[in-house]
Design a binder for this molecule. Structure first.
Ligand SMILES: Nc1nc2c(ncn2[C@@H]2O[C@H](COP(=O)(O)OP(=O)(O)OP(=O)(O)O)[C@@H](O)[C@H]2O)c(=O)[nH]1
Ligand SMILES: [Mg+2]
Ligand SMILES: [Zn+2]
Length: 297
C-alpha cells in the first residue's frame, strides 16, 4: 500500500511479513501512470527498507474507489486525490475558517460518485456552534460527528474501525490536529490560522497512517487543504448511483432528465417518492443543484 508520495518517491508498506516500509520509484514501463496514496502496488528489487535503498513499483492494482477532483469545473485534467479509500471524512470547522455548504456539497458529490462513504466531521466546536450548518445535510443519512479538540473521539474511533478513511477539508480546519489525536505518533505539523481566519496550507502532501490498537486494519489519510474542488465529468446519475432507492426511481424518468425537478425537469420521478426516500431525494437534489452551479466551490 502506498502511504506517501514525494517528488518521484513513493513510500510503500509491504503487506507480507513485517509491514516493512520501503521507498520505491516507478518502473519505467509504468510511464506516467498516476500512483497515489492508498494505491495497492507490486514492488520488486531491494525491499529491505534500509536507508538509501530504492525498490521499484512494477504494477498498479485495480482500485476499489477513487476520489477525483479537477482544478475547476471546466478543467479536463482530473487529479486522483486518494485511491481505495472506503470512507471520506469531510472536515469543516465551526468557525475559523467559516464553514461553506458549497464545499461540503462538492465533497459529498465526489464521494458518492467515487464509491466512498462520506462522514461529516466538525471541529472547533469550542469556538462556535455548527448545528445550523450541519442541518443543511439532513436527509442524506450522513453521519455527523463532532471531532474538535474539546470533543471525545469515541464515536469517530468506532466509525474508523476497519476502514480506510481519507480526510478532506479547507486549510486550517484541523485535519492534521485530528490525525495527531487519532494516531498519537503521527507527528503531523499543524499551523495556526491567520488573523483573517484562513489556513496556512501547512500540510503539502497526503500521508496514510495506520491506527494503533484497532482489531482490524484501519487507516486514516491526512491530505493537504483544498483550495478548489472542481467536478468536471461528474453527472447527476453518477451521484444517484450511491442511492439504490433513487436509482430505482429514476428509471421512470424521461430521457435526459437532470432530476432537478420543476422547472428544469418537471416530470422527474423523484417527485413521486415518499417518506425517507423522498427526503433523501430532495437532499440529493440540493447536491445536484450545486453541481449545476458550475463553480469550483
Ligand atoms: N479552537 C480550536 N482550534 C483547533 C481545533 N482543531 C484544530 N485547531 C487549530 O487550528 C489550526 C489549524 O490546524 P491544522 O491541523 O494545521 O489544520 P489542517 O486542516 O491540517 O490545515 P492544512 O494542513 O493547512 O490543510 C491549528 O492552530 C490548530 O491548533 C479545535 O477543535 N478547536
Ligand atoms: Mg494539515
Ligand atoms: Zn429525473
Amino acid at each position: 500500500m502506498v502511504i506517501s508520495v514525494d517528488r518521484g518517491r513513493w513510500g510503500c508498506v509491504l503487506e507480507s511479513g513485517t509491514g516493512q516500509l520501503v521507498t520505491a520509484m516507478r518502473a519505467r514501463e509504468l510511464g506516467r501512470t498516476p500512483i497515489v496514496v492508498g494505491d495497492r502496488v507490486s514492488v520488486v528489487g531491494d525491499r529491505s527498507g534500509q536507508p538509501g535503498t530504492l525498490a521499484r513499483i512494477v504494477r498498479l492494482e485495480e482500485r476499489s474507489s477513487v476520489l477525483r477532483r479537477t482544478a475547476d469545473d471546466t478543467d479536463p485534467f482530473e487529479r486522483i486525490v486518494v485511491a481505495n479509500a472506503t470512507q471520506l471524512l469531510i472536515v469543516v470547522a465551526a468557525a475559523e475558517p467559516t464553514p461553506r455548504t458549497g464545499f461540503v456539497e462538492r465533497a459529498l458529490i465526489a464521494a458518492y460518485a467515487g464509491g466512498i462513504a462520506p462522514i461529516l466531521g466538525v471541529t472547533k466546536g469550542d469556538i462556535a456552534d455548527a448545528s445550523s450548518f450541519a442541518a443543511h445535510f439532513a436527509g442524506l443519512d450522513l453521519p455527523i460527528v463532532q471531532c474538535g479538540i474539546a470533543d471525545s473521539l469515541e464515536v469517530l474511533s468506532d466509525l474508523l474501525d476497519g476502514e480506510i478513511t481519507a480526510l478532506l477539508g479547507h486549510s486550517g480546519v484541523g485535519k492534521s490536529t485530528l490525525v495527531n489525536r487519532i494516531v498519537p505518533d503521527a507527528d503531523r505539523a499543524t499551523g495556526a490560522v491567520t488573523g483573517v481566519g484562513k489556513g496556512r496550507h501547512t500540510s503539502s502532501q497526503s500521508v496514510a497512517l495506520k491506527l494503533p490498537r484497532h482489531d482490524h486494519s484501519s487507516w486514516v489519510i491526512d491530505t493537504p487543504g483544498v483550495r478548489s474542488f472542481g467536478l468536471a465529468h461528474i453527472s447527476a446519475d453518477d451521484v444517484l448511483d450511491a442511492f439504490a432507492d433513487l436509482m430505482d426511481a429514476v428509471e421512470e424518468c424521461p430521457r435526459g432528465c437532470g432530476h432537478l425537478g420543476a422547472p428544469e425537469d418537471p416530470e422527474c420521478a423523484l417527485d413521486e417518492l415518499e417518506s425517507a426516500s423522498y427526503a433523501r431525494a430532495m437532499a440529493v437534489r440540493r447536491l445536484l443543484a450545486a453541481l449545476r452551479t458550475n463553480e469550483a466551490w
